[in-house]
Design a protein around this ligand. Structure first.
Ligand SMILES: N[C@@H](CCC(=O)N[C@@H](CS)C(=O)NCC(=O)O)C(=O)O
Length: 214
């Protein structure tokens, strides 16, 4: 099957999909879309994804948008290793952890939101404060939600969708210098996951275009 991922190295939603592809061990081609240059809003790209977002995956020409939908499809098409638990209640818990990040933290801090805040006259310091505020509020809840089920990873002893969403958000939290001392479950799960090759290979610095690295 031919898989083509349209992504941007620092996009955390793209980072999630690169991790999932790596965990599944499937080959894919990357087509970088430069968000800083606005390529996501080009007519060509919007024909592929009318939302003007990365990631977007083409699977034998079929287009799939939304990182969690892509990962859901990957999990169905390549079942090994599973990315969510088989038990229905455990699966609901893992999906809830993932959505705490993907649905409730990340959209508030998307590039288009930060740009809009700039247009409205907020300076960089205030925008960074906005960013940290929503990550901290989400992480406070996530740390508590994860507590009872946390093991080596955010849930239990195997990597799940929750870790796939956590690691890119932790990368962003560090970029924006959010103190992480209050989140021992998140810090441990992030460190355990980042030690795995699928996570390391998906890291923004590993896939950055030459001009952007270093
Ligand atoms: N809910 C979408 C969010 C995708 C998203 O926010 N992508 C960002 C990069 S992380 C993007 O393409 N932003 C372009 C923009 O803000 O103009 C998903 O999970 O795929």
């Amino acid at each position: 099957m031919k898989l083509v991922l349209y992504d941007y190295y620092r996009s955390s939603a793209s980072y999630r999909v690169r991790i999932a592809l790596g965990l599944k061990g499937v080959d894919y081609e990357r087509v970088p879309v430069n968000l800083l240059d606005g390529e996501q809003r080009s007519i060509d790209f919007r024909a592929r994804n009318p939302q003007g977002f990365v990631p977007m995956l083409e699977a034998d020409g079929h287009r799939i948008t939304q990182s969690l939908a892509i990962i859901h499809w990957l999990d169905a098409a390549f079942p090994d290793p599973p990315l969510v638990p088989a038990d229905a209640l455990e699966r609901a818990h893992v999906v809830a952890l993932a959505l705490t990040i993907a649905a409730d933290i990340h959209p508030l801090n998307n590039l288009r939101v930060l740009k809009r805040l700039k247009t409205l006259g907020l300076d960089e310091e205030v925008r960074d404060d906005w960013y940290r505020h929503w990550v901290a509020e989400g992480f406070d809840a996530l740390e508590t939600l994860a507590g009872p089920g946390a093991g080596r990873f955010l849930f239990g002893e195997e990597v799940t969708l929750a870790d796939i969403c956590l690691v890119p958000q932790m990368y962003n939290a560090r970029r924006f210098e959010l103190p992480l001392d209050a989140y021992p479950n998140l810090v441990r799960a992030d460190a355990e996951a980042c030690a795995l090759e699928a996570f390391a290979a998906a890291h923004p610095e590993r896939v950055a275009p030459a001009a952007a690295s270093g």
